[in-house]
Design a protein around this ligand. Structure first.
Ligand SMILES: Cc1cc2nc3c(=O)[nH]c(=O)nc-3n(C[C@H](O)[C@H](O)[C@H](O)COP(=O)(O)OP(=O)(O)OC[C@H]3O[C@@H](n4cnc5c(N)ncnc54)[C@H](O)[C@@H]3O)c2cc1C
Length: 235
């Protein structure tokens, strides 16, 4: 039977592990994952059963598998609750992948900036570029134990730590980006994470460093007081 184009996919949990103090990695498998095509940085809506959006850390069509990494944040919510409880063998419905940002094939170099949630799509995008690409990056989380581990083949980007300082509109990450040594000419920046922080960093690159706005690609992923961020059917 032919499936409607955006029909949800039925998967099963193959593996669950903790990759950081507050980040759980979940591998899903299902025959339909073999046929999917997705761009680096793509995300899926997971029915937890509430709809929640998570980026693909890895998609392996050969193994009919996809892997997500989910931040276990203090505010909690259906996504967090699901990730804490999920077990091998559980059935999980996901919607087919979509992309908001992806790699710019014309970039002179690539700059990746984000918090721990943004690190998931951004490090997957960097991995897709390969080791020879000219890349820069900086990430932020609460403590060293919450840094998101990178793919083994890559030298990790530096992380800064906000401790108990607010993640929203993060001054810690802004200062780190202000201090970043970059080539004199603009490249393409990919910024992902808390919504106000994304806009603060975009403003810095455009207004203080003179980057063209079109060279700064944003993926806001969450915001205080906004449950189910980005999961609307029209997003
Ligand atoms: C395109 C896209 C890609 C994303 N990729 C990832 C990913 O790969 N990994 C990932 O972990 N998240 C990712 N997110 C973010 C994730 O969808 C949200 O954090 C989501 O709100 C989590 O759902 P929840 O049910 O746990 O909390 P919700 O019920 O949605 O939110 C409850 C409250 O928790 C707070 N909150 C939500 N998220 C956070 C957070 N991260 N830190 C602190 N407080 C928070 C807010 O105040 C919110 O009002 C992505 C979002 C988008 C739009």
């Amino acid at each position: 039977m032919t499936q409607p184009r955006r029909a949800p996919l039925v998967t099963k949990v193959r593996a669950v592990s903790d990759v950081a103090a507050h980040m759980r990695q979940i591998e899903l498998v299902g025959p339909e994952l073999r046929r999917l095509r997705c761009r680096p940085g793509a995300h899926v809506v997971v029915h937890t059963p509430d709809r929640r959006v998570y980026s693909l850390w890895r998609h392996d069509p050969g193994a009919a598998s996809m892997t997500v990494r989910i931040a276990l944040h203090d505010a909690g919510g259906p996504g967090c609750t699901w990730a804490r409880a999920v077990a091998v063998g559980d059935r999980v419905t996901v919607e087919p992948p979509r992309s908001k940002i992806t790699l710019d094939g014309t970039a002179r170099y690539h700059l990746f900036i984000g918090d721990e949630t943004g690190a998931v799509p951004l490090l997957a995008m960097r991995a897709a570029l390969g080791r020879e690409a000219e890349t820069y990056g900086i990430f932020e989380t609460t403590t060293p134990g919450n840094e998101v581990p990178d793919f083994a083949a890559f030298t990790p980007f530096p992380w800064v730590h906000r401790g108990a300082a607010p993640a929203a509109g993060s001054r810690v990450l802004l200062r780190a980006v202000q201090d970043l040594q970059l080539p004199a000419h603009p490249g393409t920046a990919y910024i992902a994470g808390e919504s106000d922080t994304c806009r603060l960093l975009q403003r810095h690159l455009v207004e203080q460093r003179g980057w063209p706005r079109r060279s700064v690609l944003l993926q806001p992923q969450w915001a205080p007081g906004r449950p189910g961020f980005g999961a609307g059917t029209r997003d």
